[in-house]
Design a protein around this ligand. Sequence first.
Ligand code: ADP
Ligand code: ASP
Ligand code: MG
Length: 470
Amino acid sequence: MSTLIMKFGGTSIGSVKAHTQAADIVLEQAREWDRLVVVVSAMSGVTDLLIEGAQTASHGDDQTYQGVVEDLRARHYRVVNELLDGNGEQAHIQASVDQYLDDYAVFCNSIHVLGELTPRAMDVISSFGERINARILAAFLRQQGLQSEAVDSTELIITDEKFQNAVPLMDLTRNHVKRLLTPLLKRGVVPVVTGFIAATENGVTTTLGRGGSDYSASILGVCLEADEVWIWTDVDGVMTADPKIVPEAKSLPLLSYNEVSELAYFGAKVIHPRTIQPVVEHDIPLRVKNTTNPAHPGTLIDQNSEKVKSTIKAVTLIEGLSMVNVEGRGMMGVPGIAARTFAAVASQGASLLMITQASSEQSISFLLPMETVESVLHALWEEMALELARKDIEKIWARDDVVIVTAVGAGIRETPGVGARIFGALAEAEINVIAIAQGSSECSISLTIAAKDANRAVRQIHEDVILESG
Ligand code: ADP
Ligand code: ASP
Ligand code: MG
């Protein structure tokens, strides 16, 4: 029995045209596969607006969220009215849009009154976009004669209580999927499942992290033992660079799981970093395809693709970072400095993106999101108060406005001189490299550079190293 999971991103279902293209693709694939499951995100920009409304409400502003409600009502109505027949489900789906937006307004009002926005409330707030969109797409598919039903993934994907970045409990999830989704599939229904959202065992809404609908698709893929998982987006697959920065970026036909993990982790937004892990374990191929150009093969990601060697395949960028430096001539003699440093970082819930240790300069440096740096610095000053007083550590400080540029490719580990070529490219563009690190999987090299040089560095590496080696 063949099974396919297809996820449509916000850009692929953010307008009348996009919904129509997505529905055409679903209708076509429904004929090809025994079982088809569709996963949808919110329309593009909707989750951002939902969050903005709640955040402003928590800061005492009771106007912005009301504007968001009207904005979202207008936007969803436009799509519903154009897609759905007035004699059919149009009124019913409109009522459903109203209901969700009313609920959202009630939540925002409480947040405004309480003046507090918890991660738990944030997850409920940000779930409405997916809930609405799944209903619109399922109704549109029904209108075209396909048996289809919207399903809330809060009924399927069970997670821990790590709100905003929840971790699925796979055994429970598998049981729920078997109990709820399998009977629908047996009846020939194409479920349209909400991406991004999930629930705890007690039914409290959680989310899988921003951009997490890709991850939802791969979780369902594993639970249903799917043959393939397809991620439909607005570009021709995973590319040699973000086409918004490098217009001449090319689509990569084949990538390994390792390469894609590295690319996603280091900022290639096209796929959520956690998407890979479930499918790798079950060796399920993943495809990334373009909704607006479905004939293009896109990118195939599987176990075999690593054999296709090309030294560096892509270059990525993570922005909005700070580099924290712990420096001092005496510090290397003090045991456990690194462990205590990272424990202090962890105590602030900050995620480290890159670590470098320059033994000659006697320093440890690491990168983290700019918004976490202040609390991390305070935690470090406190933890190292004694060493600072003794001058074993001379200073602990941060440099803001840096980025990580990463070159990725499975061939890197076997090819000497790759680093030299990257540095050559940057030297030519007179871009200063602040720090370097090589990924543990050895299929990437990451550089820290000043934010002002970010796009230029990406373009230069793309032109001098990727296009040359391709
Ligand atoms: P969706 O709404 O479909 O989930 P996203 O905006 O999350 O779409 O991801 C698609 C976007 O990722 C593209 O429009 C592109 O600008 C960006 N992107 C960043 N790096 C890459 C890359 N290496 N290859 C392709 N797209 C990339
Ligand atoms: N709508 C969610 C977000 O904007 C999930 C996703 O797009 O995958 O983060
Ligand atoms: Mg996305």
